[in-house]
Design a protein around this ligand. Structure first.
Ligand SMILES: Cc1cc2nc3c(=O)[nH]c(=O)nc-3n(C[C@H](O)[C@H](O)[C@H](O)COP(=O)(O)OP(=O)(O)OC[C@H]3O[C@@H](n4cnc5c(N)ncnc54)[C@H](O)[C@@H]3O)c2cc1C
Length: 383
């Protein structure tokens, strides 16, 4: 059996290692000069334990995230055949700062975190699972009264909840994966190879494309795994006639990199539970609002309809500019030139910008980093 994997992001790389582990020969195709060069390098690196899905009343998403996060490192270790020094690439743990406009109030959030903790204890009873080398007793701790008082003294912060959630240093993680791929003789990694088309043949599949130098290439295999992400639907639809039954949701995500003032160096990693999207719900002080799918959908629809971006989707002139001759947003997104985006990002990184004026008040809080740091280091208290 020979598999051709298209796209060497985290999905493609992991699929290659998993198939290789099962004894399958693999050709891994990537347009960039290195693997994991796009979303898989440019994301936050957070390995979600399920905290940010507290608004899912079914509990299915947080449970899935939790289980996957406990299986991720053991799976990689199984494919590589050795233990890995995760401590070298782990961030310090995240503290969740619940802001005043959190969609869920502190009580509901803590209830959902507690359900996660119970599920965690059941899962971690299995000896094979771990969270990047760690098997802590608790996923989060209830802040004590002193920390609670400190949280309330901060602008808009209702609660500071220390968790064990971490992010990975993706530059380092990628170099581990690159080394692992280089050691696997049965994985034929072809970087600088753009995929331009796929065809089903009577013996399997043919994949064709262009190399960085403009010359053509062709690969044949028994199966094809499409891990292109940005170009995944285009490829499925154009060449294999596969159209997903349900509509896809497109999410535009930004990563902003900034340099914080030196005084804040010792800050812990933080997640703000904030705003009108995700696991948030406006708390207007008149008691907790009704939650549930219906209420959430209605709230989101109202809020979405009010955003300029969504309003503009009904504006033909605006859409004409955005679509630029293409039939749909999907087609338009597919032609975004990643080289140009990268150039703009690189240029943006050279701009030194001052922090907003309101933040100056926060920075003035005496011993701010030390006080925030004390939060995660306090002894556990029972929720
Ligand atoms: C700003 C941001 C923050 C995020 N934060 C997190 C987070 O904290 N935690 C988390 O779990 N997830 C996070 N995500 C999501 C996560 O990054 C993605 O789910 C994940 O990286 C997707 O991996 P992938 O392999 O599917 O896609 P990609 O990493 O995009 O890999 C696809 C690969 O296919 C290649 N390719 C595309 N077209 C072609 C072609 N025609 N020919 C050849 N190669 C091609 C690309 O070059 C790319 O290398 C974040 C995403 C973003 C954008």
């Amino acid at each position: 059996m020979h598999a051709i994997i298209l796209g060497a992001g985290i999905q493609g790389v992991c699929t290659a290692l998993a198939l290789r582990h099962k004894g399958i020969r693999v050709t891994l195709i990537e347009q960039e000069p290195r693997v994991m060069a796009q979303a898989s390098l440019r994301n936050e690196g957070k390995v979600h334990l399920g905290f940010v899905y507290a608004k899912d009343d079914s509990g299915k998403t947080p449970a899935l995230m939790l289980e996957a996060s406990l299986k991720f490192a053991p799976l990689i270790e199984r494919w590589l055949g050795r233990r890995l020094p995760w401590g070298e690439i782990r961030s310090n743990p995240f503290v969740y700062a619940v802001l005043a406009d959190s969609m869920l109030g502190s009580d509901s959030l803590l209830e959902s975190y507690q359900r996660l903790q119970e599920r965690y204890l059941a899962l971690i009873a299995g000896p094979a699972l771990h969270y990047f080398g760690q098997r802590p007793e608790r996923l989060w701790r209830l802040p004590d009264a002193r920390q609670g008082a400190f949280a309330r003294s901060l602008h808009q912060v209702r609660e500071l909840i220390p968790t064990v959630e971490i992010a990975l240093d993706l530059v380092q993680f990628r170099s581990w994966m690159e080394r692992a791929l280089a050691q696997q003789k049965a994985i034929d990694l072809r970087v600088g190879h753009a995929v331009e088309g796929v065809a089903r043949t009577h013996r399997g599949f043919e994949v064709a494309g262009r190399k960085t130098d403009g010359s053509g290439w062709l690969a044949t295999g028994d199966i094809v795994v499409n891990s292109l992400w940005a170009n995944r639907l285009w490829l499925d639809q154009s060449f294999l006639g596969t159209i997903p039954r349900r509509k896809w949701v497109y999410r535009l995500k930004y990563r902003l990199l900034g340099r914080h003032p030196e005084a804040l160096d010792p800050l812990p990693s933080m997640t703000f539970v904030v705003g009108p999207f995700g696991d948030i719900y406006p708390d207007t002080g008149g008691g907790r609002k009704r939650s549930g799918d219906h209420a959430l959908t209605k709230t989101l629809k109202t809020m979405l309809a009010q955003t300029p971006l969504i309003k503009n989707l009904d504006n033909p002139q605006y859409m004409e500019i955005v679509l630029n001759g293409k039939a749909s947003l999907a087609e338009r997104f597919a032609e975004i030139d990643i080289a140009q985006v990268r150039k703009a990002l690189a240029e943006a990184q050279n701009v030194t910008q001052k922090f907003p004026k309101r933040m100056a008040e926060v920075f003035k809080i005496p011993h701010l980093p030390k006080r925030l740091l004390e939060t995660p280091s306090k002894k556990a208290s029972t929720p």
